[in-house]
Design a binder for this molecule. Structure first.
Ligand code: ATP
Length: 306
């Protein structure tokens, strides 16, 4: 039995080592929410991004056939423009971003980039063309430099620093005793939601994709952090085709078009101004959010004076 237990221990050791290595990859797949069933078509070609025009044409989609999520959605993001999707929780906003990445295949209609159906191109090229700033960035258990460089592994140290500065997180990193070599992630320094989001922005600045998805954080950030993040986001989305998935409404004001999604269908669309004038669902969501943020601000001030 002794003889057997040694190799078993060893196998256990190797297994744990491998598992640890896999955690990063698992985290990455969790982050991307990648189901395994979507495959490249035989003979799929790489996506050629010429302009960066994104279209959804009459898209019908359900995760599970009995429960339709998107019921015939059409919209276009002209190259370099910003379209924001807003709507109640569960309306299908994040689903739209997953379909642009082709994490799932749709049941009807088409999703195209510069006229190329996402089902016809290689997934590798599709995912390379789209940058994502997720609401909750998973950090690898490695240095902060590694985490930023993940956006483009061959980036120089100088490029990493520049990206961090543009993402408004440079001064914070420099203030850490070990600077860019600081270990972060679960076993290192825990970053706040706003800091993590800025790491994600820095990554995306390095990746410089022609198409961008901003999945706005649900969690409330303080006004100052929010302004910093907004500045960084404006910078990264400039000149790029941008889809904003807005769980709060702060990033949508400047969007070229706002699409209001409800129960899987578009109920209103237009600019911030036009939608406020319309006095519909968007205007209602907006005033509710204003009230909520004013209440938060009052609470914060009350705490400060305590
Ligand atoms: P929120 O603002 O709360 O994030 P959302 O508008 O982004 O909501 P989605 O995440 O797109 O909503 O989800 C739309 C619906 O699809 C929800 O009812 C959700 O339960 C369902 N759904 C999401 N992901 C899956 C999945 N992987 N499998 C099955 N159903 C899912």
């Amino acid at each position: 039995l002794m003889q057997l237990s040694i190799p078993l221990n060893f196998i256990g050791f190797v297994y744990r080592e491998i598992r640890q290595g896999l955690t990063d990859i698992e985290q990455m797949f969790d982050l991307l929410d990648v189901p395994a069933e979507v495959k490249d078509k035989p003979g799929a070609r790489p996506l050629q991004v010429t302009q960066g025009n994104v279209r959804f044409d009459d898209v019908v989609f359900a995760y599970d056939p009995d429960r339709p999520i998107l019921k015939g959605i059409s919209f276009e993001i002209p190259a370099g423009r910003t379209v924001a999707i807003v709507g109640p929780s569960g309306a299908g906003k994040s689903t739209i971003s997953r379909l642009l990445f082709r994490f799932y295949d749709i049941q009807r209609g088409a999703v195209t980039i510069d006229g190329q159906d996402v089902r016809a191109v290689t997934q590798e090229s599709l995912r390379a063309a789209i940058g994502m700033v997720p609401q909750d960035t998973v950090l690898f258990n490695d240095t902060i430099a590694y985490n930023i460089r993940y956006g483009r592994p061959d980036a120089s140290e100088q490029e990493v620093r520049r990206a961090a500065e543009l993402a408004q997180i440079g001064p914070f990193i420099e203030s850490l005793p070990e600077g860019y070599k600081t270990m972060v992630g679960e076993r290192g320094l825990k970053l706040s939601g706003g800091e993590k989001q800025r790491v994600a922005i820095a990554r995306t600045i390095l990746k410089a994709p022609p198409i961008l998805i901003l999945d706005e954080a649900t969690s409330a950030l303080d006004t100052h952090t929010e302004q910093e993040i907004q500045a960084a986001l404006d910078l990264v989305s400039k000149g790029r085709t941008t889809l904003v998935i807005a769980h709060r409404l702060s990033t949508v004001i400047g969007a070229d078009e706002i699409i209001v999604l409800k129960d899987g269908a578009i109920t209103e669309r237009g600019t911030h101004r036009a939608l406020l004038d319309r006095g519909g669902l968007y205007a209602e969501m907006w005033s509710r959010q204003l009230e909520a943020s004013e209440a938060e601000e009052r609470l914060r001030r009350a705490r400060e004076t305590d």
